[in-house]
Write a new protein. Structure first.
Length: 386
């Protein structure tokens, strides 16, 4: 099923069997969504579910002043910057103000190369003076990345169409092409006039469709506050409640319907910009496990309980499924905890859930077939036993 977007994944437990339609009673999961081209909705019942949606759904944000205004000259993905620059002819590009690029990864290096090859000046902002691009890829195979890395390390030299600002960060997007950057050590600030600002600081998976797995179900009148950013260019609608689908009215009054109904109540105040917490804490596992097993407090009064802090983080980030259940899913520092032999998700009480790829920390392409083989072997073993 191509061109589809999954909006909700719901486990089917024994409590719901008596009120479910006959066609749903033989499965363990309901996967619901819609076709992006026709807007036609679908619902699939299955025995096993594999999470393999990668880690590039949502671009990370800095959380600086003015970032939430969705200004057209601020880009968070490299293809968006490329499309914006393609609108100019060669004379127009030569008259553009510098493009500010934030980040020290491969996408930022690509953006630097694209702008310089088009004759557009670049101001490159990054935190670490000794960026590790040379460790990611061999220099004899990818010389363009190592050229950028050399310019980043040699910030005192003058480079054609390239101005590096190491140990700097972006602190303000004032609008109308004006940005403020700050030195991390001295605190010195400077205001720059730019044509575009490309914030390329990585991405995170969009796990809002498994919200019913990562947070306890609320009652029919309860309100929850998941973080949900509608930030792609496809006009993706927010997660729809079950009442919008083709399920029967009887299903809506069941426990399954109550599990999904809270998805409708989304509080804009809880749209956190970037929930990725880089450091991984492996200590205090006993306290973390107790926190994971403790019943969550339900939101009351029709508004969000912001004072709950980390316990009220977004289900869209897979909170509760990672190696550290108190932190959102981070493909580098807090992947989904799975069985190493079967890739079955461990931090869920519902059987038949598997994960692979960057979601479990396999961030290199050569590692992905291993996860797929583990899942295939596990499913084949279950089939033989049945």
């Amino acid at each position: 099923m191509n061109e589809t977007i999954v909006t909700t994944v719901v486990p089917l437990d024994g409590k719901c069997e008596t009120v479910l339609p006959e066609r749903f009673r033989n499965g363990r999961w309901i996967v619901a969504g819609f076709n992006r081209m026709t807007n036609k909705r679908f619902a699939i019942v299955c025995q096993n579910l594999v999470l393999a949606n990668g880690a590039s759904d949502l671009a990370n944000r800095l959380g600086v002043k003015g970032e939430g205004l969705e200004m057209p000259w601020v880009k968070y993905e490299l293809p968006h910057l490329e499309r914006a620059l393609e609108q100019y002819d060669e004379p127009g590009r030569s008259q553009l103000k510098p493009v500010l690029i934030v980040g020290a990864g491969l996408s930022a290096a690509d953006a630097v190369t694209i702008c310089r090859s088009s004759g557009i000046p670049v101001v490159h902002v990054y935190r670490n003076r000794t960026a590790g691009l040379d460790k990611m890829l061999p220099g004899n195979v990818y010389p363009e990345y190592h050229e950028v890395h050399k310019m980043m390390k040699d910030a005192n030299r003058k480079h054609d169409l390239y101005t590096p600002l190491p140990e700097h960060t972006l602190v303000d997007l004032a609008g109308a092409g004006r940005v403020t950057v700050q030195h991390l050590k001295t605190g010195e600030r400077r205001v720059l006039d730019v044509s575009y600002c490309a914030i390329l600081i990585g991405s995170r998976p969009d796990l809002r469709f498994i919200a019913t797995l990562t947070k306890p179900a609320a009652g029919g009148d309860g309100n929850a506050c998941p973080d949900s950013e509608t930030e792609d260019d496809f006009g993706r609608p927010p997660v729809q409640p079950l009442t919008m689908w083709t399920f029967t009215e009887q299903l809506l009054t069941s426990c399954l319907g109550r599990k999904l109904y809270w998805l409708k109540h989304m509080c804009a105040k809880c749209k956190h910009i970037n929930l990725t917490d880089k450091p991984r804490h492996q200590h205090h596992k006993q306290q973390q496990q107790q926190h994971y097993n403790a019943p969550a407090l339900s939101a009351g009064g029709g508004h969000c309980q912001h004072q709950l802090g980390a316990s009220n983080l977004s289900a869209a980030s897979g909170l509760g499924l990672g190696e550290d259940p108190t932190k959102p899913i981070d493909c580098k520092n807090n992947p989904i905890e799975v069985d190493k032999y079967t890739n079955a998700v461990l931090r869920t009480a519902h059987p038949g859930l598997y994960a692979m790829g960057p979601l479990v920390g396999d961030n290199f392409v050569r590692f992905i077939p291993g996860g797929a083989l583990c899942i295939t072997a596990a499913l084949h073993k279950h089939t033989e036993n049945d």
